[in-house]
Design a binder for this molecule. Sequence first.
Ligand code: ZN
Length: 384
Amino acid sequence: MSDQQARTISMIVFIDALGWEVLEGRRFMEEQLPHRRKLRSVFGFSSACIPSILTGLMPRDHRHWSFFYYSPQTSPFKPLRLLGWLPGALVDRGRVRNLISKLIKRLYSYTGYFQLYNIPFEHIDKFDYCEKSDLFVPGGMNRGENIFDHLSRAGVPYHVSDWRAAEEDNLAALRTDLAKGEIRFALLYMAAMDALLHRVGKASALVDEKLDWYAAALEQVLRTAAAHYDEVRVFVCSDHGMATVHTHLDLMRQIESLDLTFGRDYTATYDSTMGRFWFHTPAARERIVARLEQVPEGRILSDAELARLGCDFEGHQYGELIFLMNPGVLIVPSHMGLTPITGMHGYHPDDPDSDAALLSNVAPPDDPRAITDIFHLMRAEAGV
Ligand SMILES: [Zn+2]
């Protein structure tokens, strides 16, 4: 290399669900990453948080939030309604649903993350889906520009993980690119922590084991980087934390016990931590609101609060009414899952268990406070 300038690599290591409270009392890479701060998360699941990290925008502005939203006019899923005639024992099995999801993803040429979860097939023709495109490429957002738009326009040589691949493969691919010494910026994507925390909860010793595994893997990455660059800047970050589930609530049954017809009087979708409602008659609104007001395990979010959270969508795209559970209360069953799990996220960002984390070996530029600031950090690091 004839380059006279000091060669610098900036690496963003994204570990899904590595929350500030998950790290509490643990000494994960304290020596290597002494700059540590919590970041406020964004209200919603990873399908909302990751777009906010990649764009610096709130959900209202990038228009990614919970996967499914009521939109019978644009629903691409009308043919799937036929599957509603098949016995639930067959089509509601996780493995069968995964297979159907894969098939749809291919038939529809979706490049984003696509999963049907447990949306009932008899009602699926009323819903559209918000993540049809790969978020990790230029032009991947429903609205606005992501970091990859900026990187590619500026011609910065960069590495980004394949979010569909396993962590070991992503680590190996990054180290291969680092050894070539050509990239200036890298985004490593690691998703397994989220699945583990859902399964075992943040207090489990398996989480300590997984953190040790990450530390060893990242030390190897840092050694490879140090061998090929003069300066290595690394920022480990996350999108949200993980609350421990203590209560299950069958919200669906409470609404279905009202004398209303799904699809005619109202439409609803039940995520793990929130019910989202669309009303087709004033009476349905009145009765559902009255019932929800009697549920002490959660609360209706006002329009003003949704606006403060950056989730006031044009045309109430993701629900005319959002009923959010208190931290630790899980809606079971929901349209996201039928079986109870130990950890969940997607509660209010004010809950400490929602906080994400930023750990780095150098002081981060611009005093980041929220996960949207990771976008600005990435731009500053890449110089775009
Ligand atoms: Zn998760």
